[in-house]
Design a protein around this ligand. Structure first.
Ligand code: M6R
Length: 364
């Protein structure tokens, strides 16, 4: 049941404030304002290294989590695409905890990677949307993302719920490792609890993305740029767009541009820049200006102040709510989803069932 929406994807995008609220309620003890994990829990103070493995969008959630765990919990993290993991037979040092992220919990490569880590890692965690799935059942600590059934092949609400669940783990890890006080954690949890409302606000850019979509749909290639924790989001924007609109899209770390990809810039290649006003904002903006100086057609996604500071000369600007650095990757998933969705609708592709793709990839 599409609930009155034209596509499941549109419905699932719109559902995000509600499902996120449910996930937050599940993981936050509101009396103590602390993170609560299901039994048997985990003491991150004893963890020396995390190995995160997943595919597709779930892999991109892991990439965001790497920035988070390293910055906030000072915990070394490695991230792997599941299909590249087990055949290289990675050595697993003592003190390693493995974490698998999957919407379906049945992705063949992710499950095989989990089985490789079984007996090698100290413990196996998973962040899964389907609680009775193989990956959940074979983990020591399965953490549900509580996004509800996701029907559209393009992952939307599962991604933001994965990020939210991972954010909980990051805060727990930061506290266990003495990198954040109980008060710091309570502060971040308060911000997280305001996130559903902010996502509602961010969804207001829908009509603007729709207005842009016609022009984006004409493009043959589109570039996405981001720095730091926005780099994985640039990848998410590109993946989503490729998957449902069939437009060739690539993501680059903004700072990597001048090492090759800037040669692709010309007036026919829209360049989408994800630039919340975080610690790296100015650096991202200076990379964006390099693109504009070469005739690039820039779509800037930033908050109001960011757009005032840097929006001059851009092709278009999408204004997002102001957001704490920590939560920016979750909020900036919304424009990534909406741009892909409306561009695909403008092209007339089969949004929920894109060609050549399956919702759950159970063969390698
Ligand atoms: O069920 P999983 O989360 O393990 O699936 C992983 C990928 O196949 C999936 O995220 C895929 O990339 C999506 N269609 C992207 O929107």
């Amino acid at each position: 049941d599409k609930g009155g929406y034209k596509h499941f994807m549109a419905k699932e995008i719109a559902e995000q404030p509600t499902v996120l609220q449910g996930a937050l309620a599940h993981y936050i003890d509101t009396d103590t304002m602390q993170v609560q994990l299901p039994d048997p829990g985990l003491d991150f103070g004893k963890v020396e290294r995390l190995s995160l493995v997943a595919c597709g969008t779930a892999y991109l959630a892991c990439m965001v989590a790497k920035y988070w765990f390293e910055q906030h919990a000072r915990l070394p993290v490695e991230v792997d695409v599941a299909s590249e993991f087990r055949y290289r037979e990675p050595p697993v040092p003592k003190g390693t905890v493995a974490l698998f992220v999957s919407q379906s919990g049945e992705t063949a490569d992710t499950l095989a990677a989990l089985r490789y880590m079984d007996g090698r890692a100290d413990s196996i965690l998973s962040v899964v949307n389907v609680p009775e799935s193989s990956i959940a059942r074979e983990s020591d600590l399965p953490l549900p993302t509580l996004a509800g059934a996701e029907i559209g092949v393009a992952s939307t609400k599962a991604f933001t719920c994965q990020l939210t669940t991972l954010a909980m783990l990051v805060l727990k890890a930061a506290q266990d490792r003495g990198e954040m006080s109980a008060e710091d954690v309570a502060e971040k949890l308060k911000l997280l609890r305001a996130l559903p409302g902010m996502i509602n606000q961010a969804l207001n850019i829908e009509s603007q993305t729709q207005a842009l979509a016609g022009e984006l749909a004409e493009a043959r290639d589109i570039l996405f740029l981001g720095r730091g924790q926005m780099y994985p989001l640039a990848h998410e924007g590109a993946l989503k767009l490729k998957e449902i609109s069939y437009i060739h899209a690539e993501a680059y770390a903004s700072g990597e541009l001048k090492h090759g990809p800037i040669a692709l810039v010309d007036p026919n290649v829209p360049v989408i820049v994800m630039a919340p006003r975080d610690a790296l904002f100015e650096k991202t903006v200076s990379n964006m200006q390099e693109v504009m100086a070469r005739g690039g057609k820039v779509l800037l996604i930033a908050d109001e102040k960011g757009a005032q500071e840097a929006g001059e000369g851009t092709w278009r600007t999408l204004i997002m709510p102001e957001v704490d650095d920590f939560l920016a990757p979750i909020l900036y998933a919304i424009p990534a989803q909406l741009l892909a969705y409306h561009t695909a609708v403008a092209k007339g592709t089969d949004v929920d069932q894109p060609r050549n793709l399956a919702k759950s990839v159970t063969v390698e």
